[in-house]
Design a binder for this molecule. Structure first.
Ligand code: PGA
Length: 252
């Protein structure tokens, strides 16, 4: 059965101490009242991975980095490889986030290298896609997003593709307080699932967890998650407050 996933993306927020405290608070709330059938992931800064892994019940909560290097190792000052992320006990890596594409020039070519290294090292990529506002206004968002998939994850073997989690994040909704309507989210998720079915078959499409991201919060998660093709969320701002995050986890 398709998994429900709620993943936090802390972005460039929290000091090490604050991050560990946040992780512990989430861990405590989940052990008390977290929905048992939801896979929970915390996407922390690189510097926090090892400490967060040590501070939580990793059988219940997964840990993700928000990026990894496009090279396996070597003279790449400042980079953190997929093998390094894996060695912290983290199981996931967020790849293709629009902020990485826009501010750090991550192209499909770079993302394909990162995807391959993540998978080789046994990390589960949480692969992000989504359109900017001008594309949404032009009404070509479905073509735009499917093209992002065709250039990257649709190049993977079926065996590797099945290991992914996909997050649809309309760029105009990220951190803006503007959320896609349930109709807009469902339309895109259904289009993504149909494209997966065309490429890898209906069974693979049916099993794939498709998360929504973009100003998803404790108030609107319930409505968004009620869509048949929305299998959870990638949560930015609202994942920085344990009380809000647990409400999102329990929003089904
Ligand atoms: P947001 O961010 O929830 O703050 O809009 C989502 C994301 O970028 O993953």
């Amino acid at each position: 059965m398709r998994k429900k996933v709620v993943a936090g993306n802390w972005k460039c927020n929290t000091t090490l101490h604050e991050g560990v405290e946040l992780a512990k608070a989430v861990d405590k709330l989940i052990s008390e009242k977290g929905a048992a059938d939801v896979v929970v992931v915390l996407g922390t800064p690189f510097t926090h991975l090892t400490s967060v892994v040590g501070a939580i019940d990793t059988k219940r909560i997964g840990v993700a980095s928000q990026n990894c290097a496009a090279e396996a190792k070597g003279a790449f000052t400042g980079e953190v490889s997929a093998a390094m992320v894996k060695s912290t006990g983290s199981q996931y890596v967020i790849l293709g986030h629009s902020e990485r594409r826009e501010y750090y020039g991550e192209t499909s070519e770079i993302l394909n290298k990162k995807l391959a290294l993540a998978l080789e090292n046994g990390l589960t990529p949480i692969y992000c896609c989504g359109e900017p506002l001008n594309i949404r206004n032009a009404g070509t968002q479905v073509e735009y997003v499917i093209n992002q998939l065709e250039e990257t994850i649709f190049q993977l073997s079926e065996e590797d593709f099945k290991k992914l989690v996909i997050a649809y994040e309309p760029i105009w909704a990220i951190g803006t307080g503007v959320t896609a309507t349930t109709e807009q989210a469902q339309e895109m998720h259904k289009s993504i699932r149909d494209a997966i079915a065309d490429k890898f078959g209906a069974e693979v499409a049916d099993e794939m967890s498709l998360l929504y991201g973009g100003s998803c919060n404790a108030k609107n998660a319930n409505e968004l998650f009620a869509n048949p093709d929305v299998d959870g969320g990638l949560i930015g701002g609202a994942s920085l407050k344990a009380d809000d995050f647990i409400q999102i986890i329990n929003a089904y």
